[in-house]
Design a protein around this ligand. Sequence first.
Ligand SMILES: [Zn+2]
Length: 323
Amino acid sequence: MRSEIVLGVDVGGTAIKAGAVDRRGRIVAKREIATPADGPASIMVAVGLIARELQKEAGRALAIGVGWPTPLDPERGIVLFDNKLGSAGVNIERMASRATKLPACIENDANAAALAEYLYGAARGAGSVVLLTLGTGVGGGIVLGGEVWHGRDGAAGEVGHVKVHPGGRRCLFCGRRGCLEAYAGAQAILKRYRASGKKAEGMKDVVDAARRGERLAVKIVSEMAEMIGMAVADLANVLNPEIVVIGGGVARAGDILFRPIRAAVAREALPNVSKGLRIVPAKLGNDAGLLGAAGCAWKRFGTSASSPTSTTASRRSRIASSS
Ligand SMILES: [Zn+2]
């Protein structure tokens, strides 16, 4: 017999990654296509097609989870703000459910990645997790007591805009000064590096240059690690998490990044907070988004009778399948 599956879909600005995922977080079938450029309706047509293909291969899914790259209200399924896909105000949850005829849930992509690391990755077994994702910008997600912490308006987890240097460098995203993103986001770092006449395709080139001992690259990478350490220390002082997971391509840099981050946290956080705090690289890489979307679907619709959330899940399931 085929194992039970849900579908996890990670909708990004350039690509849609989707998979059929079993209860243990194994991806049993996978697809990737370019994101249609003409808005959420076309994206959902594509999601509907992929969902059919995946189910042909892996069997009928129980539900679908969708990761969306904008702030959103996960309870109502509505996008709050969008300058990427033109989906502001759209009920993505309902659209996904209609396109696939499956109960659907949605989650912000960074939160989905945090949920994935908590359920299936580097933070498995931990009760509280802070995830930082180092990409073009710096994103993040917070899982407390096994649930994503969304905050009042679904805007929680914006760790990229933690202030690490009052009056410091200007943040390319929010325009304020001294945000972590201005020191640890690839866009800011590459802009600064190239402005001095150096060549770099991406962060890997800067990290490699730092490994070779090139002065500016060493300065940038150590400053990046120091600022991440300061932000993590503050987050740890407030949340006292069990584990901090750092993801994104540059997190694969290893010790050159993690050693100074851990040192800064040990120095800056309260001793009882930093003691025993694990700071580790993410495990799930590019699959984190789709696995987190699938995890959202499992949590909401895949509950057994013994689960304390099964009442809510079945209520939501009825709502989703009747809409
Ligand atoms: Zn900012």
